[in-house]
Every structure is written in C-alpha cells, then in structure tokens.
Design a protein around this ligand. Structure first.
Ligand SMILES: Nc1ncnc2c1ncn2[C@@H]1O[C@H](COP(=O)(O)OP(=O)(O)O)[C@@H](O)[C@H]1O
Length: 272
C-alpha cells in the first residue's frame, strides 16, 4: 500500500543487473539537476549492511533498516519540494511547465539493482547478455560472478522482480546506445511518467469531490492506490484518506511510455 499526496512526489527506481549502466546514467541525471539517491553509497554511509556474503562476493543488507532510512530521506527531499511549490501560485499548466526543469521536478530517482524493492515505479536498464559479459569481464569480476549476472539478465530476473514489487515498469535496452542516449531515454520516461501520474491523481481527486487545483489544499490529500474497486473514504488518525482504484495492467496511452513498455527483450534462447 502506498500513500500519495497531490501534487505527487514520485520515487522512481533506476534498476537493472550489475553492469547495465545504472551508476553512470544516474551520474548524468544528477549533473542535469535531478534528485538521485545512490543506494549502495547510502547503505555504507548509514551502516545498513549486516554481513558480507563471501561466496557471492557481496554485502547482505538489512532491508527493514534500509526501508526506514530511505523513507526518512525521501520525506526530507519531499518536504523541500512541497515548501517551494506552496510558495508559488500555480495553474496546472504553469506547474507542469515548471517541473520540466529537473531541479523543480518532485521526483527522487533511487539507483541500485534493488531499488525496485523500495519504489512502486521502476525503470529497468537492460543490456544484451554478450554486451553485459564484456562489461563485467572488464570490471575484473570472477568468472562465477560474471556468469551469475549474465544468466540473471538472460532470464529477466530483475524485470520479473519489478513486476512483483512495482505498479508501473519500463525497460530500456541500452546494448547499442551511448551512455548519453540511455540517459535521454531515462529522462524521457521520468517526465512522461510525472505528467501522467499528475493527471491521474488529479482525476482521482475530482472523484472525491474535493477541489483538485494545486494550491487549493491547506492540508495534504492522501490517496491510497491499490487494486480496489470503487472509491472509499477512510479516516486514519484524523487524516482523511481516499482509497481509489487503479488499473495495474499494462495499459499505456502516453506515446512515450508506450515506447518503453517491457517484454520486448527475449534473450532466453541464449541460455546453454
Ligand atoms: N549505453 C550505455 N549505457 C550504460 N552503460 C554503458 C553504456 N555503454 C557502455 N556502458 C558502460 O557500462 C558500464 C556500466 O557500469 P555501471 O554504470 O557501473 O553499471 P551498474 O551501476 O549498473 O553496475 C560502464 O563502464 C559504462 O561506461
């Protein structure tokens, strides 16, 4: 269950098998002014790893601790955006124009191969297993670690996980793209997604009978989006919450998002 406010603040996972380019691409996004959380650095800064898995050559993370720490971080970033927005008297059109500037976009990009466990929107970077193998070999990974990651990419492990955890999932195959082109695709999805969610939330709020203009709310409107039928109103600790339905099937009408709907890369025939 997720609770949203209006205008929405989105947390988007930039995920993918190691070597698909998450770190490099997210550095480019950061340079352009997007808010980015690098989860691996965040985990070591906050001491959230519990132990080292020697066999798989990686750290084991305390997921509950991570979730709490990320949620706290997210609240801080979100409060900053909300403060700025409250100070301005926006029409919807003005607001959407304002959010075209990455610095003003109420979005936090969380970058990691497990970011999708913490977000309900995901962008998955994909690379052809042969391309991925080259990148991981160049990194000096052991043969076993390269094989494990290449196999995982071939059978869509992260993509399938995303379907389990996330409400909306998009996939970019960057096997034959430059880093900057991959970054452009990510940006395209982020902005299209923000606009789409904004309009969707707005229409949910109009179903509640509340005023759905940006500056009309003294208090936050909280929406719980889950596959429920109809619209019900619940009170939780004095806060009015509107439970609305959403369609969790892949049903994109935005032409940009349609370009990135997942499922196009079938590399399973490469498994020997
Ligand atoms: N189109 C591309 N998109 C992303 N990475 C690319 C691309 N082409 C080459 N690369 C290279 O692949 C490697 C990906 O590394 P990195 O960003 O650390 O991946 P990850 O964070 O997913 O493990 C980098 O050396 C990067 O330069």
């Amino acid at each position: 269950m997720c609770i949203y406010s209006f205008p929405p603040f989105l947390t988007i996972a930039l995920t993918g098998t190691p070597g698909t380019g998450k770190t490099q691409v997210s550095r480019l996004l950061e340079k352009d002014g997007y808010s980015v959380l690098h989860l691996t650095e965040f985990i070591s800064e906050h001491n959230i790893s519990v132990e080292r898995d020697q066999e798989r050559d990686c750290n084991v993370v305390d997921m509950d601790g991570l979730e709490k720490a990320v949620s706290k971080f997210q609240d801080k970033i979100r409060a900053g955006f909300e403060k700025k927005i409250k100070e301005m008297n926006f029409s919807d059109e003005d607001f959407l124009r304002y959010t075209k500037d990455p610095k003003n976009l109420p979005v936090l990009v969380v970058e990691s191969h497990m970011a999708h466990c913490l977000c309900d929107l995901a962008i998955v970077l994909r690379s052809h297993p042969a391309v991925l193998k080259e990148r991981l070999d160049a990194r000096g990974y052991s043969e076993k670690k390269v094989h494990e990651n290449v196999l995982s990419e071939s059978i869509d492990v992260i993509l399938c996980d995303c379907y389990d955890y996330c409400r909306r999932v998009y996939e970019i195959d960057n096997s034959f793209l430059k880093l900057s082109e991959t970054a452009s695709c990510v940006k395209e999805i982020i902005h299209a997604l923000y606009e789409d969610e904004f309009l969707k939330f707005k229409s949910y709020i109009s179903k509640t009978g509340e005023d759905n203009s940006i500056n009309s709310h003294e208090k936050q409107i909280n929406l719980i989006l889950e596959p429920a039928s109809g619209l019900t109103i619940v009170e939780e600790e004095g806060v009015v919450i509107y439970e609305s339905e959403y369609d969790d099937s892949v049903d994109e009408t935005n032409p940009i998002l349609m370009k990135y709907v997942p499922g196009k890369n079938d590399w399973s025939n490469l498994i020997d």
